[in-house]
Design a protein. Structure first.
Length: 209
């Protein structure tokens, strides 16, 4: 029986800290955990889009014994081309093949894409069209499963057009700000619940083979 803490090695920078968001992870960064259980997906660093909450959330999950990787998207600004805003601010949100592959290797994704609901719900739809993975959504403004279902996103309550599925939502996560402990506790609780559900589903499928 092991006694004490479990060590997790973290390398949160792709290269030197240069440019906007200089002291933290840069766009294109992937910090791998020991096991591919959870992947935290953050927006690209910028004037408003700093992945500070995601780094803090990743650290909290790791401290609670949850193997959590972190990826900072290279093209995580704007909105997808098929969103009503048509890309917004002249920038189109997208995923690189490498990013799709990395996210898809995990059991559960935590998606954090900001505060503007007409933007981030379409980012989530874009990602869950590309990757068949259960996801927990972190955002600042109020949002419900119904908001995602109305644009065709699958949720734990309804099957939609996306192979990936929204399994949980945590609101009140402010970009570029510290996350209150009660919100960290809520995230940890929902991540653990989803991982248990995923494990139970896997066991049921294996018994039915």
């Amino acid at each position: 029986m092991g006694v004490g803490r479990e060590t997790q090695v973290v390398a949160c920078r792709k290269g030197q800290a240069l440019g906007l968001g200089g002291g933290i992870a840069q766009r294109g960064t992937f910090a791998k955990a020991w096991r591919n259980d959870v992947i935290a997906v953050a927006m690209s660093p910028g004037i408003r889009h700093v992945p500070k909450p995601v780094c803090q959330i990743t650290t909290e999950l790791r401290s609670r014994g949850i193997n959590t990787g972190e990826i900072i998207l290279n093209a995580g600004d704007g909105t997808p081309a098929d969103a009503p805003s048509g890309g917004g601010h002249g920038v189109a949100f997208g995923l690189e093949p490498r990013e799709i592959d990395i996210i898809g290797q995990h059991k559960l994704a935590i998606l954090h894409h900001g505060n503007v609901k007409p933007h981030f719900i379409y980012k989530v739809r874009f990602e869950l069209k590309k990757v068949a993975i259960p996801a927990i959504i972190l955002c600042q403004c109020p949002v419900t499963f119904k908001d995602f279902e109305q644009i065709g996103v699958s949720t734990r309550n309804n099957e939609g057009e996306t192979p990936g599925k929204v399994m949980g939502i945590v609101t009140g996560i402010v970009r570029n700000a510290d996350v209150p402990q009660e919100k960290l506790d809520e995230i940890v609780s929902k991540v653990k619940m989803c991982l248990r559900e995923i494990e139970m589903g896997t066991n049921i499928r294996l018994r039915n083979l």
